[in-house]
Ligand binder design. Structure first.
Ligand code: PXP
Length: 246
């Protein structure tokens, strides 16, 4: 069964728009996590950014207490956040590149150029009982480098697929890239997640990508929740994921 991890960063984004710098505020990302789990989500994802623009330190600790499924901490490979993760002990960390000027995580990790630093963090996380995922574009050299790092998972960056979805030819090219990447990673013994830019329209075609374990989806689910409520938004997405065969 294909699993759904819901990224709840945008719930915190909304809170911070009104309550930045305060010790309280709504909406509460922890309550959102509970509602996603009740609706059937298989995991909760939160990104503790260096600039703390949405998820705050107090959120990740409260999430660690509240999440009953799997907590996936998205993070940059920087000393401050690595130390927090080692204490927090999420079930898995997904290492992502981070630039302060970006609206959301825009590109994948350059694993090839950062193999040594990523390997060191991968080892430290694994020694603490935390699994590791690397967020990468579907490129053969990056996947090969990910296997040298010894990561348990990669998360394939579906941003280009989502961006080009409206153009049939480009969409097929991006799908082919994702299919080849998933096969390559699977062949190297790496488990495959995918995420970024996925929504209710572009999800069905992803059934063609083999070996997927989990999709991480945020913006589209939180957007729909404004109209339908979070529970229904999660259930609608889970329905689209039904029947996936790896
Ligand atoms: N996966 C990763 C690694 C991400 O950085 C993000 C965005 O925070 C997502 C998945 C979710 O992307 P979206 O909000 O576009 O669904």
């Amino acid at each position: 069964m294909l699993k759904l991890g819901v990224n709840i960063d945008h719930v915190a984004t909304l809170r911070e728009a009104r309550y930045r710098g305060r010790s309280h505020g709504e909406p509460d990302p922890v309550e959102a996590a509970r509602m996603c789990e009740t609706a059937g989500a298989h995991g909760i994802t939160a990104h503790l950014r260096e600039d703390r623009r949405h998820i705050l330190d107090r959120d990740v600790w409260a999430l660690r207490e509240a999440v009953k499924t799997r907590l996936n901490l998205e993070m940059a490979n920087v000393p401050e956040i690595v130390e927090i993760a080692l204490k927090l002990k999420p079930d898995i960390v997904c290492l992502v590149p981070e630039r302060r000027t970006e609206v959301t995580t825009e590109g994948g990790l350059d694993v090839v150029s950062n193999e040594r630093a990523l390997t060191e963090t991968r080892k430290r996380m694994n020694d603490a009982g935390i699994e590791v995922s690397l967020f990468i574009t579907p490129t053969p050299t990056q996947i090969e480098a990910a296997s040298y790092v010894g990561t348990q998972f990669i998360e394939l960056h579906t941003g280009a697929y989502a961006e080009h979805f409206a153009d049939r030819e480009l969409r097929e090219e991006e799908l082919d890239r994702l299919i080849a990447a998933a096969k390559q990673a699977h062949g190297l013994g790496i488990k495959v997640n995918a995420g970024h830019g996925l929504n209710y329209e572009n999800l069905p075609a992803l059934h063609r990508v083999p070996h997927l374990v989990e999709l991480n989806i945020g913006h589209s689910i939180i957007s729909r929740a404004v109209f339908t409520g979070l529970g229904d938004a999660v259930k609608d997405m889970l329905r689209l994921m039904e029947g996936y065969s790896a």
